[in-house]
Design a protein around this ligand. Structure first.
Ligand code: TRP
Length: 425
């Protein structure tokens, strides 16, 4: 249970509450969500299991893991790619987490209650055009992340996870009841449930895949690192399903909170990265006790962002600690500062944040995912794979089913999505 919650802490983050609703909004709602669920099942779950398997087998960081399993082979490049992807992702993830911190501040100073919807949407516009403010918040968020990682993933964070994750879920559930009573709720639910396939553009499939990988923390070895915490007798199959189901429910729940509000207050479903910052505070402003709900929500969301950011920084740190013999202090401060610098251009406004996001989710993560799938499915031998399955799982369909998915379905899906994107068909 502790392990599942820790991996859930990495998986559940801004990807679920910030990214999923706005991407789903841009790609037409229901049809995108169905594609997303297909990606979670065909690519996400098998890959989650593959990363846990590599991690538990080797007890290493991603670079060390490939080195241990196939010494001197080019597979180690997969680990390198993962370390670089962690850098790229955390640099802009920190900027968005900085926005969340700013909203903690806004909620604490009672900026939403008694404010009109127009003024509330304007608060986000003002933040995104203020470079210094964004850089300051990015710095504060990176200091928090470095602070935790430099002390080691302490019990504190794990205990915090156990309390805060269920609280975030409960709060979202509460907000769902409110959202479903707003006047435009029907249109919002309709948008999420009635697929209009013609709205899906060419790139939508790639976006759905990228979102599934991002949300489940896959494709860069973060789950390899977490897998090394797993005890030998735990079923990888069950863990993978738990994490995937938990993560996907939070994302879909967030969608059902956001879109009724979007339609009730005449906002644009395709508003982009500002979507949750412009919609949820409108709901908070109208709710009885809205001051506390807003504060609780943004505090919990910052915590979810922090536990994800920790896993992003930890991958690179684990590599420098294990393979380069750096101290934990030195690696967390050096790498954290480098990531902060890389994040500054994303905080300046303009296109850079979107560019980094698309570089990571549309290229680095799918390529990493393909390499991990091919390695687990074809690089490892059947007995090497099977040894990591519990007795009950190894005997039956669970092992053969997964082996089939990771050898054929996952890599083929990844390659097809790429070819489609490159307009080969
Ligand atoms: N999954 C996290 C989220 O949804 C982000 C994240 C953490 C991540 N670690 C990762 C994404 C590793 C890709 C790879 O917010």
């Amino acid at each position: 249970m502790g392990f599942v919650l820790a991996s859930m802490g990495s998986a559940v983050g801004l990807g679920n509450v910030w990214r999923f609703p706005y991407i789903a909004g841009q790609y037409g709602g229901a049809a995108f969500i169905l594609l997303y669920i297909a990606c979670v099942l065909a690519v996400g779950v098998p890959l989650l299991l593959a990363e846990f398997l590599i991690g538990r087998k080797t007890q290493r960081n991603p670079v060390g893991a490939f080195r241990t399993l196939r010494p001197g082979s080019p597979w180690v490049f997969t680990g390198w790619l993962g370390v670089s992807a962690g850098f790229v992702i955390l640099s802009y993830y920190g900027v968005v987490a900085g926005w969340v911190l700013h909203y903690v501040y806004l909620s604490a100073s009672n900026a939403f209650v008694g404010t009109s919807p127009e003024q509330i949407t304007d608060l986000f516009t003002r933040l995104s055009s203020n470079r210094w403010l964004q850089i300051c918040w990015l710095m504060i968020f990176m200091l928090l992340t470095i602070g935790v990682v430099s002390r080691g993933i302490s019990r504190g964070i794990e205990a915090g996870n156990k309390i805060m994750m269920p609280l975030l879920f409960a709060l979202l559930l509460g907000l769902l009841f409110y959202a479903l009573q707003t006047p435009g709720a029907i249109s919002g639910v309709d948008f999420l449930l009635r697929p209009e396939w013609e709205k899906l553009g060419r790139i939508a499939v790639l976006e759905a895949l990228g979102q599934a990988l991002f949300s489940l923390s896959l494709g860069m070895g973060a789950m390899i690192t977490y897998g090394s915490y797993l005890s030998r007798d735990t079923s990888l199959v069950r863990c993978s399903f738990f994490v995937a189901i938990g993560d996907t429910s939070v994302a879909i729940l967030a969608g059902f909170v956001v879109f009724p509000i979007v339609f009730s207050f005449g906002l644009e479903p395709s508003a982009g990265p500002g979507l949750i910052f412009q919609t949820l505070p409108i709901a908070f402003a109208q709710l009885p006790g809205g001051y506390w709900v807003a504060l609780a929500f943004f505090v919990l969301l910052s915590f979810a962002a922090l536990t994800s950011a920790i896993s992003l920084l930890e991958v690179a740190c684990a590599y420098f600690i294990d393979e380069q013999r750096w101290s934990r202090q030195r690696s967390s401060w050096t790498l954290g500062s480098a990531i902060f610098l890389l994040g500054v251009p994303s905080a300046l406004g303009g296109e850079f944040l979107g560019f980094m996001d698309s570089l990571a989710t549309n290229y680095l993560l799918p390529i990493g995912a393909l390499l991990i799938a091919v390695f687990t499915g074809w690089g490892l031998g059947r007995d090497e794979r099977r040894a990591e399955f519990t007795h009950a799982d190894a005997a039956g369909f669970r092992f053969t089913g997964w082996a089939f998915l990771i050898r054929f379905v996952t890599p083929v899906a990844l390659v097809l999505i790429f070819l489609h994107q490159l307009r080969v068909f």
